[in-house]
Write a protein that binds this ligand. Sequence first.
Ligand SMILES: NC(=O)c1ccc[n+]([C@@H]2O[C@H](COP(=O)([O-])OP(=O)(O)OC[C@H]3O[C@@H](n4cnc5c(N)ncnc54)[C@H](O)[C@@H]3O)[C@@H](O)[C@H]2O)c1
Length: 248
Amino acid sequence: MRLHDRVAIVTGAAQGIGAATALRLAEEGAHLAICDLNQQGLAQVADQVQALGRRVLALEGSVADRAFVQDMVRQTQERLGGLDILVNNAGIVRDVIGHKMSEEQWDQVIDVNLKGVFNCLQACMIPMREQGSGAIVNLSSVSRYGVAGQFNYAAAKGGVASLTAAAAKELGSKGVRVNAVAPGSIDTEMLMTMPQAKREMLQKLVIPLGRLGQPREVANVILFLVSDEASYVNGQTINVCGGAYTRI
Ligand SMILES: NC(=O)c1ccc[n+]([C@@H]2O[C@H](COP(=O)([O-])OP(=O)(O)OC[C@H]3O[C@@H](n4cnc5c(N)ncnc54)[C@H](O)[C@@H]3O)[C@@H](O)[C@H]2O)c1
């Protein structure tokens, strides 16, 4: 097992890529602290992690709430006995054409997708620096190259890639690696906000592999990045997009 007895936090783990990642890390031996706003989904994933024989801590709350995040990190250390891995996965979309985007739509996405990543990264890097080890993966997106209707999301995900590079420079010498994955079009609830006709066109005309990605295919790359196999990979944003660098 690649993560035997390591302790990982995965945010936004009630469904989609976060749930797949929590389960993939648990399959490889990690104990999990998972958080989400969706308590019901979280409980289901917690049961699955436990069924794999791992310890699990399921916490309902928002990554945008700094007090919640600090408490999550404290509880993880106290109740799971350490902290080795952080996967900053929680994210939302509020897509709307630029001239109609409200301040609220802008703020909501930046708060969760960018500030939420900063909150968790900062809270986890403090103990990781002290212990001289750790691995962090942030979720960016190919939307960082620019997608119409996504001023807020593209800016946040571009920010995540830059934050990843900056954090990797600060933390590398402390034994902590920081990387990002940038999914393309992955078959989760988030993508269901896109009309079906558009999703079909995307698969036929835009994605070289001719299909959407599955959450587990992203989780596999995250697993690699947090494992010792990626010991010399630091500060990178890795596209997991079937070869398509754009959306329509
Ligand atoms: N699905 C895609 O095509 C795609 C593409 C590129 C990037 N991503 C990124 O991957 C990540 C996971 O996306 P997904 O497709 O699994 O989405 P999803 O909507 O299926 O799951 C996101 C999860 O995050 C949770 N969440 C939302 N706001 C939160 C908050 N403030 N605090 C804690 N949890 C919160 C949601 O409740 C949900 O369980 C996101 O960061 C997303 O931006 C997804």
